[in-house]
Design a binder for this molecule. Structure first.
Ligand SMILES: Nc1ncnc2c1ncn2[C@@H]1O[C@H](COP(=O)(O)OP(=O)(O)OP(=O)(O)O)[C@@H](O)[C@H]1O
Ligand SMILES: [Mg+2]
Length: 438
């Protein structure tokens, strides 16, 4: 039932108003002064308040100000009902936040009509507040689901990359193993040679040198093939060190990629982060694309959620690779080109990922960032890559992501991240490098 609170220090007028409103089907309470009005409004949350202005202790305008200053009561429409009928009084009442103004003596029908209008407004307000609450809950839920999806996609890509990474680690491991076996054999020959040379020195010291000893030493020198070894051993060592460094780089990149992050932006070298992701995903693109990179040396550190940023680059690189594969197949008859560049553009760090793939058809260009929009076969894509990239770039970093495309020639995805928090519209101030921003 719709509740109305009547506030008037004159019991007869209060009773008259109460009767009039009860006849209209409202549930009516009566307060005789400002303090009781405040207490009763807080306890009952009426839909409309009829408020006398001239009252002892606290006048109606003051009571009204207190209602409007209380977040819980602010939305209740207040109709001032008063003998004060000067224009200035009406203006002051409305300025103080009154919904309406009725002068005494009032006509019952007019009072009832004004209350009806106020109730209508209050009901609309309540409906809007309910919808807004629902929307807020839905937004929070949607953000939670998006977060979960992003996490799931990341885990999935880690699983997927793992096979390629294993392969990438296997290659250097194999040639490091081969080199170590070569060094082992070379060392065995050196060992024999050193023995013979040792014998020769000892014999020289003793004065017992013989042709036989010379022949043995010469044979050992020949077997060891010193010229070949002095050329090949340093190469084998260098190559092995490179291989070990490569494995270490891949493991570091994988650790960095898989790291869940602590939700804080960190000053990030985007060039290095992109390089790591390209290295991790090498097995995905290397059969179908020649990679070219051009990283701007003057790109400053950018406040960035590293794990999320890596995910964006991976999603774009995988898309580019899949688009190229649509044109070149397995790459055996020629590869496409994958070009990744970075540059500073004013207050933005810009990353471009260009492919010579099939391009994006005009009729689907509007949809590619929609969650679950995909043109790929089941098992090849779920349509989440660009939706996740968009939410990471735009919602989490205040950046921009878009593409330029030409059917039959290829596509370039462009990501811009703000170099400072200020550029991202964050009033918190400038991001200082090497600082963590949470
Ligand atoms: N570089 C590109 N070239 C051509 N088409 C693209 C490119 N990137 C995206 N698309 C189109 O946009 C669609 C949506 O891409 P998105 O990355 O969101 O999903 P997906 O790649 O289909 O699946 P997922 O990324 O979840 O594995 C793709 O199915 C494809 O049609
Ligand atoms: Mg994708």
């Amino acid at each position: 039932m719709t509740k109305v609170l009547v506030v008037d220090d004159n019991p007869d007028i209060a009773a008259l108003m109460a009767r009039t409103l009860k006849d209209q089907g409202y549930e009516v309470s009566v307060a005789g002064d400002g303090w009781s009005a405040l207490e009763m409004a807080s306890a009952q949350h009426p839909d409309v308040i009829l408020l006398d202005v001239v009252m002892p202790v606290m006048n109606g305008i003051e009571v009204l100000r207190r209602f409007k200053g209380d977040a819980e009561l602010r939305a209740i429409p207040v109709i001032l009902v008063t003998v004060k009928n000067e224009d200035a009084d009406i203006v002051a009442g409305l300025d103080a936040g009154a919904h309406d103004y009725v002068t005494k003596p009032f006509k019952k029908e007019i009072l009832a009509a004004r209350v009806r209008s106020a109730v209508h407004i209050k009901q609309n307000h309540d409906r809007l507040a309910r919808i807004s609450r629902q929307l807020r809950t839905e937004i929070v839920e949607r953000q939670r689901v998006q977060h979960e999806l992003a996490r799931a996609q990341k885990l999935e890509s880690i699983g997927h990359l793992a096979a390629g990474v294993a392969h990438e680690i296997n290659t250097p491991s194999q040639y490091v193993g081969d080199n170590i076996r070569f060094l082992q054999e070379a060392f065995a020959d050196f060992d024999t040679l050193l023995d013979k040379l040792d014998g020769l020195l000892e014999a020289a010291r003793q004065g017992t040198l013989s042709d036989e000893l010379f022949a043995e030493a010469e044979a050992a020198v020949g077997k060891a093939d010193i010229g070949y070894l002095t050329e090949e051993v340093p190469k084998a060592i260098e190559q092995s060190l490179e291989g070990i460094q490569r494995v270490a780089d891949i493991v570091r990149a994988m650790k960095e990629f898989a790291h869940p992050g602590d939700g804080c932006k960190q000053a990030t070298d985007l060039n290095q982060a992109i390089q790591s992701t390209l290295m991790l995903s090498r097995n995905e693109w290397k059969y179908v694309a020649e990679l070219a990179t051009e990283f701007a040396a003057d790109l400053p550190l950018v406040p960035c959620l590293r794990g999320d940023f890596n995910q964006v680059i991976l999603n774009l690189v995988i898309n580019a690779t899949q688009a190229i594969a649509m044109v070149v197949g397995d790459g055996s008859a020629g590869k496409g080109a994958l070009t990744v560049t970075t540059r500073r553009h004013g207050d933005w760090a810009e990353i471009r990922i260009r492919d010579t793939g099939a391009g994006i058809r005009e009729d689907i260009r509007e949809k590619v960032f929609d969650p679950f929009f995909t043109t790929k076969k089941v098992g090849e894509g779920t349509g989440q890559g660009l939706a996740i990239a968009h939410s990471i770039v735009v919602a989490k970093h205040g950046g921009r992501i878009w593409f330029e495309t030409e059917v039959g020639r290829g596509t370039t995805f462009i990501v811009r991240l703000p170099i400072t928090d200020q550029a991202a519209g964050n009033e918190a101030g400038r991001f200082k490098t090497a600082e963590v921003v949470c």
